[in-house]
Design a protein around this ligand. Structure first.
Ligand code: LRH
Ligand code: MN
Ligand code: MN
Length: 427
């Protein structure tokens, strides 16, 4: 199914008077503060967030999956779903693939299909955390860090193959996340495992086209519960630094121990020019992969506050990061969840854009903690939703994406087309 822009317009028109009123009010407020609403709108429209192919199905818990029906059964259908999202919010103009969950068989056709939805291919992800049927060696005890060179070579070859797929599709980055680690003290030699990982990554790095980047993701635990080889941003940064200029750290918001100051990590990485990209999600406990902004919207804003400052102040040092969502749902309709996530990211970004940076710097220089908090919280507590809605409206998308999605009965149509018992490949 495809959404016709006329359908969106008809529903938008009903909400238009109300929207106009709230946008005008906000617009005046922003102008009084010296901000230009049209400039902010342009920035919001330019900010595109990649949808992970694995988030389009109802991801499970570790204990079970509850398929919701109408899930995409192929890569083409996953692209269709992202196309639907992009038609509704004009903010999800890219897809991030996970191989081998998404093997593009006819590259030309897949590319044309994505282009017909105005979608680009963001970073491709390799997968050495599961054994595939045809695979010779098992990753049960690790992949790039494995004690056996044959296992390492197999994992290296897989990454090189992923790069080949990505290159043909027009991706410009590889994301490596390793499950590698151990569950029992003494099980693995920390130093040797990290050294082997670095050596393996070097071979993959050398196999990347010259204009590609490598993103090294970190995670403190799970699936192993004593140690992970790339446990934190420091380890990822160490690897990225040794690999070269085109290797960066990827920050997945869920990959931190509770209360970690993620915004500080972001600032530090940007200072070093080593922040490669993001996996947005939210969590209360760990790698919960909940809807972005569902739990800690203030933290998200603080992260964007660092990002905006870094992008404005330090742009020459840190290349534009890749923005990707990494969430998966077993309770919500995944499409509705993704619409909510994109909106939360846009909101946090827009809020950060409205922070009075000069005033904030002055407050900091004079050690005025009260004023600094006032400045940040004023920006955070100003309701910018009409601005985001206006950015969508001007891009011919929906004023209220979730409402339009529901009113057009998109899920019902997808169930009709694809069936009530579908199970997307992925988590
Ligand atoms: C690991 C992770 C990583 C994977 C994705 C499916 O927890 O965040 O990014 O590629 O989940
Ligand atoms: Mn991730
Ligand atoms: Mn994760």
């Amino acid at each position: 199914m495809r959404i016709d822009k006329n359908q969106i317009n008809t529903i938008n028109n009903r909400a238009l008077p109300d929207h106009r009123e709230s946008f005008e009010y906000l617009s005046n407020k922003l102008t009084t503060k010296g901000l230009e609403p049209e400039h902010l709108i342009q920035k919001i429209q330019d900010f595109q967030i990649a949808i992970p192919s694995w988030a389009l199905g109802t991801g499970g818990t570790r204990f079970g999956r509850f398929p919701g029906g109408g899930e995409p059964r192929s890569l083409e259908e996953k692209i269709d779903d992202v196309g639907l999202l992009h038609a509704l919010n004009a903010g999800s103009g890219a897809i991030s693939l996970h191989i081998p969950w998404d093997i593009p068989e006819d590259i030309g056709a897949v590319k044309a299909h994505a282009a017909s939805h105005n979608l680009l291919f963001d970073a491709v992800n390799s997968n050495t955390f599961q054994d595939q049927e045809e695979q010779e060696h098992s990753y049960k005890f690790g992949s790039l860090c494995h004690t056996d060179s044959k296992v390492r070579q197999q994992a290296i070859d897989h990454n090189l193959e992923v790069i080949k797929y990505g290159d043909q599709l027009g991706s410009k980055a590889l994301t490596v996340w390793l499950a590698d680690g151990s569950s029992f003290p003494g099980q693995m030699n920390f130093r040797k495992a990290l050294q082997r990982t670095l050596d393996s990554l070097k071979e993959i790095y050398q196999g990347m086209p010259a204009d590609w980047k490598m993103f090294v993701e970190y995670k403190p635990y799970e699936p192993y519960f004593y140690h992970t080889v790339i446990q934190d941003w420091g380890t990822s940064h160490l690897l990225a630094s040794q690999l070269g200029d085109r290797a960066f750290t990827l920050v997945d918001l869920g990959h931190h121990l509770p209360n970690t100051n993620i915004e500080q990590i972001v600032a530090t990485l940007m200072m070093q020019g080593k922040l490669g990209g993001f996996h947005f999600n939210d969590s209360k406990f760990g790698d919960d992969d909940l809807t972005v902004g569902a739990m800690k919207p203030y933290q998200l804003f603080l992260i964007f506050n660092e990002l905006v400052e870094g992008m404005e102040d330090n742009a020459s040092k840190n290349p534009a990061p890749a923005w990707m969502i990494d969430a998966s749902h077993n309770l919500k309709d995944p499409m509705e969840d993704l619409l909510q996530s994109v909106e939360a990211i846009q909101l946090a970004y827009a809020q950060a854009l409205t922070v009075d940076r000069n005033a904030l710097e002055n407050a900091r220089e004079s050690n005025d903690a009260v004023l600094a908090q006032e400045i940040l919280q004023n920006a955070f507590r100003t309701d910018l939703r009409p601005l985001i809605a206006e950015a969508r409206l001007q891009a011919n998308a929906a004023l209220s994406p979730v409402e339009v999605y529901r009113e057009l009965s998109v899920r019902k149509q997808l169930v009709k087309e694809r069936g009530a018992k579908t199970l997307a490949t992925g988590l």
